[in-house]
Design a protein around this ligand. Structure first.
Ligand SMILES: [Zn+2]
Length: 314
């Protein structure tokens, strides 16, 4: 049963105490009741600070251990409000905005929280796209680097967008070093179900998809007008321009190339749920995934690498 607050008032009333937050997390983490991580026993008694003690092996389990909330020094109430802030707004929120609204002492805390939450936006083992899927690459600008030229870097992103009537269905995207056959074919295989129709432009690197079990449909540009690119793969064109606008707007382009993958994850999470009737449902989904994702310590986040091998947006 999906049970979540629908309005900010419901959120405030429901999660007034640490206890209420922990209870909610426990239900998301152990939907069929507690299971001891050590001996698999299903019987435990509650101890202080929200811990559970296994009746069989006396293992002390905490609902936050092994999740992105592990070792946090801040109240869960604050985390819940940060999650509400980024899931209830159409475009999410920047670290600066989260810091200000929650009154967090440091920008670094807000920044780290957002990155931890982005890691929870990828559901492990999620389905691949299917049906008719447009695939194309686009250049995304990121923040300035310290190089002598001091120019914003351009990063290559490959996108896949399901066709849904005249509109767009679900999306997937990933950063790739170059538009090589190896990179593009690997992306298609990771994000699209074999048997689907993959619709691309005439780039030679896409050739051979039919040998990988896909039906490959190629559309080639007619004429030299710039506008025709949008008509060729209209859904890709739409998603790419919304993505760029989001990076420039909400994050003011201040995304470094090595962290871009996680921003792509956030964008994908929100786009794929854009028709959700209640924003509370996004809050619920994100918390549900947050208690299933291995924690990422600050050091690994700064390094742009994960402790585990999260497959970003794939
Ligand atoms: Zn046990």
């Amino acid at each position: 049963m999906e049970d979540y607050p629908r309005t900010i008032l419901e959120l405030e009333e429901r999660f007034r105490t640490e206890e209420s937050c922990r209870e909610y997390l426990a239900r998301l983490r152990w939907p069929d009741g507690f299971v001891c991580p050590r001996c698999q026993a299903k019987d435990a008694w509650p101890a202080t600070r929200g811990r559970l003690v296994c009746r069989v092996c006396r293992y002390q389990a905490s609902v936050t251990a092994g999740t992105i909330f592990q070792d946090t020094h801040k109240p869960l109430r604050l985390w819940f409000r940060a999650i509400w802030q980024i899931t209830s707004q159409k475009n999410g929120a920047s670290a600066v905005a989260v810091q200000q609204v929650l009154g967090l002492g440091s920008y670094q805390t807000a920044w780290t929280w957002l990155h931890k939450l982005r890691r929870a936006m990828v559901r492990p083992g999620r389905d691949r796209l299917r049906g008719r899927v447009e695939v194309d690459e686009t250049q995304v600008g990121t923040e300035k680097t310290d190089s002598a030229e001091d120019r914003p870097q351009r990063v290559l992103v490959v996108l896949a967008v399901e066709e849904d009537g005249r509109g767009a269905g679900r999306i997937r995207m990933a950063r790739i070093p170059e538009a090589t056959r190896a990179a593009l074919h690997a992306f298609v295989q990771q994000v699209i179900e074999p048997g689907s129709v993959v619709h691309t432009d005439g780039l030679l690197a896409y050739r051979g998809l039919d040998r990988l079990g896909y039906e490959h449909e190629v559309s080639v540009l007619q004429g030299q007008e710039k506008d025709t690119a949008g008509k060729l793969l209209p859904r890709i064109h739409l998603v790419a321009s919304l993505l760029k606008r989001w990076l420039l707007g909400t994050h003011q382009g201040a995304v470094s190339p090595r962290h871009l993958d996680y921003y792509l994850d956030e964008y994908t999470f929100r786009f794929n749920r854009r028709t959700s009737r209640s924003r509370g449902k996004l809050f619920y989904r994100l918390l549900q995934q947050a208690v299933q994702v291995y924690p990422a310590p600050y050091k690994t986040i700064v390094g742009g690498k994960d402790a585990c091998c999260a497959d970003h947006n794939l």
